[in-house]
Ligand binder design. Structure first.
Ligand code: AMP
Ligand code: SF4
Length: 471
């Protein structure tokens, strides 16, 4: 869909006397996945309750609104969207009604065929309330005619393509699904008698719950008053988990698909130091997402790790600013250099990624203004050349600096003395994978090799056979 792309966090809990409150605290641990909107839906067996709004969790919820969210089942969502699409209608969980009752749905990811499906559904009379991908799934579910929610969910899944972790809340159950490639993460946990789902395992730690396992790519998991029931994937597809979750997006204390995020980042820093060393007196990481990689770089190279940059924690991430001038201002408010640390030093600056180049350009000049004699930039991922279609918002290809600049040109653009990136095999080495192995990861933003196709309407009709539709 051309409108919003969503990099979000989802959480769900079944069978807990304070389900909405637990959801609120778990979402707090997922707040880094989305700061623009938040919501919680709950059920008490008779009624569904829903509260959503724009902003951080603390803006959207009060003790009072949480008390109103009654029942032993709840799902919640934090949302991060591009500018212009941030409306309450697009906030989640999305409530909707089908012939089998009230439902709410929370989604992390992006569907590559959402636009085509939307056109088809609208031609069949569906009326859309929002511009969100997620509503497409709601309409597919509403028109599926099977007797159980599970069958209707499975029928809808047959039609959607892309990256998704989806939670459906009904009066008597939660159904959780992860896309067949495992592009988006989804973990399963337990708290006493309750089962939980979360985009990242750090949400479980926060509320004292136990991580059980990851939801497998293509798996459908149902929790209800009888317990937990798994429907394994029908067709085995190649795994393609998002490497960017590990590189940048996820929290370092999360484990995703068997790898701890901090440990992977630190290892990437070590590999970076070995493959792309830099002459420097100190190593400085861009806070906070590059701290782990910087520690690995310093440990391997023997160059001292210093806190040459300080982050103002109370400024939201710069990507949410709508245009370049505001983004630049956002970066300036976000970071400060520490003159006494960097003055007269050759600095090796570690960052996890360069997307548009705004952050690196700014930080290099900050360090020079503070008296750094040289700035050598080392990036713990490969050049980001291709847009993501699966839910990580990195904007259009034209804005990606690596899409139309060589490494030398980028180095000049950001004003560094030298610049180097990891290669894809070096990145995979960070997960302990040999160069000749089959990688269970999506690296499409680095390679352009997307695990799915982008579906056109005609092809979609042929392939999934929506009946009676003229295109
Ligand atoms: P840019 O300034 O556009 O080059 O963005 C790169 C910087 O933003 C790096 O410091 C990353 O840590 C961070 N970053 C990378 N990807 C994203 C994203 N999808 N959303 C927000 N920040 C990001
Ligand atoms: Fe992740 Fe990049 Fe693949 Fe998108 S294209 S899912 S950001 S690895």
């Amino acid at each position: 869909m051309s409108g919003p792309k969503e990099e979000c966090g989802v959480f769900g809990i079944w069978n807990h006397e304070r389900a909405a409150e637990v959801t609120y605290y778990a979402l707090m641990a997922l707040q880094h996945r989305g700061q623009e909107a938040a919501g919680i839906a709950s059920v008490d067996g008779r009624q569904m309750y829903n509260h959503r709004g724009l902003g951080l969790l603390t803006d959207v919820f009060s003790a009072h609104t949480l008390t109103d969210l009654q029942g032993r089942g709840a799902i919640g969502h934090v949302r991060y969207s591009t500018a212009g699409s941030n409306t309450v209608q697009n906030a989640q969980p999305i409530p909707f009604t089908t012939h089998s009752g009230h439902l709410a749905m929370a989604h992390n990811g992006n569907l590559v065929n959402a636009h085509a499906l939307r056109v088809l559904l609208e031609r069949q009379g569906s009326l859309f309330q929002s511009s969100s991908d997620t509503e497409v799934v709601a309409h597919l579910l509403a028109r599926a005619g099977y007797p159980t929610l599970l069958e209707n969910v499975q029928d809808s899944l047959r039609m959607i393509k892309g990256g998704y972790a989806l939670l459906f809340l009904a009066d008597d159950q939660i159904i959780a699904v992860r896309d067949p490639f495992g592009l988006r993460p989804l973990a399963l946990g337990q708290l006493g008698e309750s089962y939980l789902f979360a985009s990242e395992s750090c949400a479980f730690e926060t509320i004292g719950a136990r991580f059980l396992r990851n939801v497998e790519p293509g798996e459908v998991v149902v929790v209800d008053n009888q317990g937990l029931h798994s429907v394994p994937p029908i067709n085995h597809t190649k795994r393609a988990m998002c490497t960017f979750e590990h590189i940048y997006f996820a929290r370092p204390d999360s484990d995703i698909d068997g790898w701890n995020v901090h440990s992977v980042r630190k290892q990437l820093g070590r590999i970076l130091a070995a493959a792309h060393p830099a002459p420097g007196d100190i190593v400085v990481g861009v806070p906070d997402s590059s701290s782990s990689a910087a520690s690995g770089f310093a440990e391997y190279s023997g160059q001292p790790l210093e806190m040459g940059l300080i982050k103002n924690k109370y400024i939201a991430r710069t990507f949410i600013q709508p245009d370049q001038s505001l983004r630049d201002a956002g970066v300036r408010m976000k970071l400060n250099s520490v003159r006494t640390v960097v003055e007269g030093k050759r600095v090796v600056l570690i960052d996890d990624s360069i997307v548009r180049g705004t952050t690196s350009r700014h930080i290099v000049s900050l360090l020079r203004e503070a008296g750094a004699t040289q700035v050598h930039v080392r990036i713990s991922s490969p050049p980001y050349r291709h847009p993501c279609h699966y839910g990580i918002d990195t904007s259009a290809k034209g804005q990606l600096i690596a899409a139309n600049h060589s490494v030398e040109e980028m180095c000049e653009e950001i004003g560094a003395d030298s610049l180097a990136f990891l290669t894809v095999p070096e990145l995979m080495q960070g997960f302990g994978l040999a160069e000749d192995s089959e990688y269970p990861f999506c690296n499409a933003c680095f390679t352009g090799d997307y695990p799915t196709e982008v579906y056109e309407i005609g092809k979609l009709v042929d392939e999934i056979g929506i009946q009676g539709v003229q295109v």
